[in-house]
Design a binder for this molecule. Structure first.
Ligand code: APR
Ligand code: ZN
Ligand code: ZN
Length: 362
């Protein structure tokens, strides 16, 4: 039987979000209904609300979530009712050209639930943020979006791996391939940049240079594992990073802002044959200008990181286990836990740069 639950809706462009009753259908073939336990507030939710992603209002927001599987549809074998799961927004298909070549983290045909959740009042179909929609007591997803992890993990912490924290850790360990003894610079130390710092620490980087324009962010970055900090409002970050790396530049520079000027800084702050990883998401109007000769002459690789190039089934359980062993401080990313009614306020705090992550707990 379809169920009615409370969820946070973005009704129209730039309108405040509000709680509505939503209808969650029973899971169909390949689907699962998840009782949400926690869901982080991410910039992408705000972008949906502002109409920056698409115009498919109303949106059911929320996508950095963990919870317990309540029921599964026909043919679902990977997860079962009662499993503690982190939701991912890239359920791999197993069949596309990337999957077939053994690179499922690039899957070009990821999927979501087929059925739609609807507004109880009008019957209108909802567009769940990133195919998840987890600012709700329950949500309907594709079973492949559920990744089982150790239930000993706190739900608020686990949920964060579903988006921003995974993007940052993965930018370092998957895309940037940071290794033992490497020097790493991270430009932009919000939730994503700080997670890149945590990932670099985990991977054995020797020097981790945090760059931001906000001293509060640099203080947190240091707590998470940065060995050096640079305020790029006061100091030229390229010069500073070179100085801190024997005059050469860092082996890996991770751009976690998503702007042309910070990308240029990343490009010139890396050593010859080094790696630049772009994990910050630019807007459609942004353009990059670089001397092509420098692109050639400096060698190395310029990479983008989609969702940390993660494979949820491989990375989520592993990172949760490292956290449970005390080797990855995921608690540091939860600035506050809030109620479902507080999402609008959390957007304001996020906008003001006051939080790494506000997490709705249910
Ligand atoms: N130079 C250095 N740091 C900057 C600059 C700049 N020019 N402009 C902004 N920053 C810093 C901010 O001070 C902040 O600490 O970048 C950080 C961005 O952090 P958040 O706004 O918290 O964003 P976050 O969630 O970390 O995401 C970063 O990754 O996934 C993408 O869409 C996301 O583009 C965004 C980026
Ligand atoms: Zn695929
Ligand atoms: Zn997100």
């Amino acid at each position: 039987m379809a169920q009615e639950v409370r969820g946070v809706i973005a009704p129209g462009k730039n309108e405040p979000v509000r709680i509505e009753t939503i209808v969650v259908p029973d899971p169909g073939p390949g689907e699962a209904v998840v009782k949400v336990q926690a869901c982080g507030v991410c910039h992408t939710d705000l972008h949906y609300k502002q109409g920056g992603i698409n115009d498919d209002f109303p949106f059911l927001l929320g996508h950095e979530a963990s919870g317990v599987v309540e029921s599964v549809g026909e043919g679902v074998t990977d997860v079962a009712p009662g499993d503690f799961v982190i939701l991912n927004w890239r359920a791999v298909c197993g069949n596309c050209r990337a999957c077939r070549r053994g690179r499922p983290w690039y899957c070009f045909a990821t999927h979501n639930a087929e059925q739609k959740m609807t507004l109880a009042s009008t019957g209108q179909e909802l567009s769940p943020a990133l195919g998840i929609g987890a600012f709700a007591e329950k949500t309907l997803v594709a079973a492949g979006q559920c990744t089982k992890v150790d239930p000993a993990a706190s739900p608020a912490v686990a949920g964060l791996l579903g988006c921003g924290v995974m993007a940052g850790i993965g930018a370092a360990i998957n895309t940037g391939n940071v290794g033992r003894g490497d020097s790493v610079a991270v430009i932009g130390c919000g939730g994503v940049g700080d997670a890149a710092i945590a990932g670099s620490l985990l991977a054995g980087a020797e020097k981790i240079i945090a760059v931001d324009i906000d001293d509060r962010k640099l203080t947190t970055a240091k707590k998470i594992g940065a060995t050096h900090t640079v305020n790029s409002r006061e100091t030229d970050p390229v010069e500073a990073i070179r100085e801190l790396t024997g005059g050469f530049g860092a082996d890996v520079v991770i751009e976690a802002v998503g702007r042309p000027e910070t990308y240029q800084q990343a490009f010139y702050a890396r050593d010859l044959a080094g790696t630049v990883v772009l994990v910050g998401v630019p807007t459609p109007d942004m353009k990059l200008e670089l001397p092509l000769l420098d692109v050639f002459g400096r060698g190395g690789s310029l990479k983008s990181s989609w969702y940390g190039d993660c494979l949820p089934s491989r990375d989520f359980p592993m990172l949760i286990n490292l956290y449970l062993q005390g080797r990855l401080d995921l608690e540091a990313f939860v600035t506050e836990t809030i109620a479902l009614d507080d999402v609008e306020k959390a957007f304001e705090r996020m906008h003001a740069g006051d939080v790494l992550r506000s997490v709705v707990t249910l």
